[in-house]
Structures are given as structure tokens and as C-alpha cells.
Design a protein around this ligand. Structure first.
Ligand code: CA
Length: 443
């Protein structure tokens, strides 16, 4: 892959921001993810920030005090305009060499002993004092379906005699989703109304969806795009990816079951999708690459989806956790409870294959476009990334520690997803979290 280990990954690096040096921090100096923020409750313009420990470095402010001087990639009007923008699209469009130079500059000025410490202190805001916006203006959103464990489990529920369709092992399956209803962590949304068909009835009924679910996904933010008619080859695919975030693709299963054939999901999926504020760069994740393998008994990828670099390290070892806090738990002061733990390394298709497949027909991707990985369920039943799977289609209720039960989501439920990569001898790289709350249907 194009991104090798370098001085920014050195596990011994420490920051002059003390909280970044705590071993459990999601945001040590080796991570440096990007978000869009402002002081909570203010009417300031949103701005680009970089996480360091429990603080946010204001990127425009750091640039204004010349803390990023001395790097040719970080000079000129385009860079200045990009870091002063209210979203990441401009920075995304500048391309991988700029992202990498910026990471190196940030790593150096945030290190212990950096001469810029004095001037940059004034460019910090505590994350607890901030509110976040979507990191980018998302022009287009595509959702894939890359966990074969999820596809098989869901397929069994929707089509017991034919769970995994024959195209699955050849084509990275996806559909075009809806960008307008994507929100940032903290999003609250109403239970959708829609058509559903009760099993015992020949005709559908209209009303609030009854089988509300979440989907545990990774979001992939496109950085630099491709012109309409061009394609992005597998060797170059990752250099077009700005970074990854957490994505909860809320789903109304009863609406989905009635509407999904023959054209796929529609209103079951487009009422809300929630992403984490922080976007973690692929460079930060370089120490957590894993060899990508395909079972010898399965069809091997077609040539345009195959490469030696992909086999060497095209997969990412990212732990993914789902937690639930019911309204009663919130009222009683009870912490969110884990529902499942999975890992992105189980994905049947990789980030690079998704980008290449999406553009192989000449479809153009733009800076800020978002690709969803699809629900990341692992091979074991308890690693499932949705309630549909955990409750076996609503047949097996989950019992929480406080005695409450869930088949699908109840009004007032908050679902929280967390992600992190961690192993001995390497700095932890965390994603923070994405939380969202289901409100009652409109009356
Ligand atoms: Ca999905």
C-alpha cells in the first residue's frame, strides 16, 4: 500500500497535551483525526479541528500563527482556503501528499518539546466544550454490504431457502443511499412512518415502523475524486480515501421487508444515518493493516479487484462495539450496556476494492462522498452488528442487566457505537463514538 510507517507512528512519541499520553486515550499524537467543530452553544462559524487527547486543535488558528510553516505542500492560497473552510471538502480535494505533510507537521508541533507549544496553547478547545457538525458536505452516499456473515444471516431471515445470492462473492454489492439525512453523532430522529405488511395479512398497513434497528458500519470518506468517465485502479484506490469514521445506518426492518424487492432499500434506510465527528486517516491506521485473504474455496476476485498490496495489507484490524442505553437506564443513571463486539477485519471486501469497483464503470466520486461498509457482523452470532441478527429476526429477545428486554428498538433508546485499534507495541488509534436516539413517531 502507499502508506508506510514513518516517524508519526513512533509509539514513543509523546505530546505536550498531557491527556494525549494516557494509554486509554482514543486520540494520542499518533492518531490526529479531523473533525468540524465550534464552541458549544456559540454562533461561531464551524471550523476544522484535529483531536489531541481531550482537546481540539483549531487548524485555521494554528495556520494563522504560522505553526505549519516550512512544508512546501502546506503553502499557498489553496491550502489556506482549505483550512479556513467550514468543512473538510477543500482539504480532501488537495490529495494524499498534502494530508501526509499536514500529519507530519501536526505531529512535530504537538510533540513534547516543540517550539510551537506556547503559541498553540491558545489554539486549543476542550472537546467537552465543543459541538460538532458533519465533517464534510456529503454530495453522494453509497452503502455497501461487505460482511458475508451479515449478508448470510439477513439473507436467511428474508429468503430462508436462498440466503446468499450468487453474485455476492463476485460483486461488492451496494446501493445508492441518501446524503440529505446523514447527521453527526448526537442526532435524534423520529420513528419513521411507512408501509409494512403483517405476515398474516395479504395487504399492507400504514403506520409507525415496528422493527427499528441499527447497523454497525465503517464510513469511508473520499478525498480526491475522479473525473466522470475515468476510473480509479486498485493500486491507487487508497490514495483517494481521506479517512474512515463510524457509521450507524438506521433501518426499519418491517418497511425494508415489504419494499426491498426488486430495487433494494428505499424508505427503510433514508430517514436518518449517523456518523462519528472524527475522521481517522488511513495513514494513522497503517500499523493496523492486516493481510487480506479470500477463502480458496471461494471465487477469487477479478483482476481489476486484485493486487499484491491488497493481499499484503488491504484489511484493517478495527474493533467495533455497539452499546445501548434505554430511556430507563438514562433516567436511572445506568451506563450504556454492550450489545456486541465485532471487527472490520472480517469484511469480505476491502476499502480499496469498494473504491475501485464504484468507479470501474466511469462513475465519478467527489471529495466528501461517503461510502458505507455495510453492517460489520463477525463470524460468531454474538458479533452481529444489528438487532435483526442478535434477536434472530425478532424471535429471541435480548435481556439487559436491568431486566428490560429488547427485540427491536424502543422510543427513547440511544445506540452508541465505538471503534478503536489497539495492539502491543503500537499506539492506540480510536474513533471516539457515534450516538443517536430514536424519538417517538410523529402523530
Ligand atoms: Ca447498511
Amino acid at each position: 500500500m502507499t502508506l508506510q510507517l514513518n516517524e508519526t507512528h513512533d509509539v514513543l512519541l509523546r505530546s505536550w497535551v498531557p491527556s494525549a499520553n494516557q494509554p486509554e486515550s482514543d486520540f494520542p499524537i499518533q492518531n490526529l483525526p479531523f473533525a468540524v467543530f465550534r464552541r458549544a452553544g456559540s454562533n461561531q462559524a464551524f471550523r476544522i479541528g484535529v483531536a489531541i487527547g481531550d482537546q481540539i486543535l483549531d487548524l485555521a488558528a494554528a495556520h494563522a500563527v504560522h505553526a505549519l510553516a516550512g512544508y512546501t505542500e502546506l503553502q499557498g492560497g489553496h491550502f489556506t482556503a482549505a483550512v479556513n473552510a467550514p468543512n473538510l471538502n477543500g482539504l480532501m480535494n488537495l490529495g494524499a501528499p498534502v494530508w501526509s505533510a499536514l500529519r507530519l507537521a501536526l505531529s512535530r508541533v504537538l510533540r513534547e518539546g516543540a517550539a510551537q507549544q506556547g503559541t498553540l496553547q491558545a489554539c486549543l478547545l476542550a472537546q467537552s466544550a465543543a459541538e460538532f457538525a458533519l465533517p464534510a458536505q456529503i454530495g453522494d452516499y453509497t452503502d455497501f454490504y461487505t460482511s458475508i456473515h451479515h449478508a448470510t444471516a439477513v439473507g436467511k431471515l428474508f429468503r430462508p431457502d436462498n440466503p446468499l445470492l450468487p453474485n455476492y462473492k463476485w460483486v461488492p454489492i451496494g446501493y445508492h443511499g441518501r446524503a440529505s439525512s446523514i447527521g453527526v453523532s448526537g442526532q435524534q430522529f423520529r420513528r419513521p412512518l411507512g408501509q409494512t405488511k403483517p405476515p398474516a395479512s395479504d395487504d399492507p398497513v400504514f403506520g409507525p415502523a415496528k422493527r427499528m434497528d441499527y447497523e454497525l458500519e465503517i464510513g469511508i470518506f473520499i478525498g480526491s475524486g475522479n473525473a466522470l468517465g475515468d476510473h480509479i485502479g486498485i493500486e491507487k484506490a487508497e490514495s483517494h480515501v481521506f479517512g474512515l469514521c463510524l457509521l450507524n445506518d438506521w433501518s426499519a426492518r418491517d418497511v425494508q421487508a415489504w419494499e426491498y424487492q426488486p430495487l433494494g432499500p428505499f424508505l427503510a434506510k433514508n430517514f436518518a444515518s449517523t456518523i462519528s465527528p472524527w475522521v481517522v486517516t488511513l495513514e494513522a491506521l497503517a500499523p493496523y493493516r492486516r493481510a487480506w485473504t479470500r477463502d480458496a474455496a471461494d471465487p477469487q476476485p477479478m483482476a481489476y479487484l486484485e493486487s499484491a498490496a491488497l493481499r499484503d495489507g488491504g484489511a484493517f484490524d478495527i474493533e467495533l462495539e455497539v452499546l445501548l442505553q434505554t430511556e430507563k437506564m438514562r433516567h436511572d443513571g445506568v451506563a450504556p450496556e454492550r450489545l456486541s463486539l465485532s471487527n472490520f477485519r472480517h469484511s469480505y471486501w476491502t476499502v480499496s476494492q469498494l473504491v475501485t469497483h464504484h468507479t470501474v464503470n466511469g462513475c465519478n466520486l467527489n471529495p466528501g462522498d461517503l461510502l458505507g461498509s455495510g453492517t460489520q457482523s463477525g463470524p460468531a452470532p454474538e458479533e452481529a452488528g444489528s438487532l435483526l441478527e442478535l434477536t434472530e429476526g425478532g424471535k429471541k429477545p435480548l435481556t439487559l442487566s436491568n431486566g428490560e428486554q429488547r427485540i427491536f428498538m424502543e422510543d427513547g433508546d440511544t445506540v452508541i457505537m465505538r471503534g478503536w485499534a489497539q495492539k502491543d507495541g503500537v499506539a492506540r488509534v480510536g474513533f471516539g463514538e457515534v450516538a443517536g436516539t430514536l424519538l417517538p413517531a410523529r402523530t
